[in-house]
Write a protein that binds this ligand. Sequence first.
Ligand code: GAR
Length: 196
Amino acid sequence: METSFNVVLLGSGRGSNAEAVLAAQRAGRLGRARVAGILCDQPGARILELGPRFGVPAVYLDPAPFKTKLEGAAEQRYIAQIREWQADLVVLAGFMRVLKTAFLEAFAGRIINLHPSLLPAFPGLDAIGQALAARVPVTGCTVHEVTAQVDAGRILRQAKVAVAPTDTAESLAAKVHAAEHELLPSVIAELSLRRR
Ligand code: GAR
């Protein structure tokens, strides 16, 4: 029997990208990949509602005491859960926290991130606001490998989005999200078929 490629999704908020990945799996468009679990650092975030909807474990794990990074005892809790789910790939889908050495070493070469710009343009927070402020005609989204330097790992794939002169932060975010919902599942499917 064909072995599956276990994906663990990490998110902090709405989870629309995690939902797109789960919907792709349900539709048979995720290659060998299957979502083994969802981890979230915000209690009550909407991403956690995807667990019961799609029949996968979705768990809030306390990230304390840090606000913007995952380190120390919390980092170890995340590592242990991801190991228990036997992850072949860790996907940051709106996980708003910087990963540190122990986590990066535990899953070296197996962590990818989704970012709402055409990296290396507009790394960091509010990439969509940054693109609007810079008045670029085209922005987009990127899936890249995660390294110690934030938003700087090897780029796996990007999708472009045209910026209209009339775009607001909301309208541009909607377009970028729509592009992300296509890009992320297709990159996961591709990786699942490549790594045998
Ligand atoms: C996505 O747009 C993702 O690119 C972004 O957070 C959003 C999560 O949306 N990630 C970052 O900005 C990481 N620096 P979602 O919770 O609806 O999937």
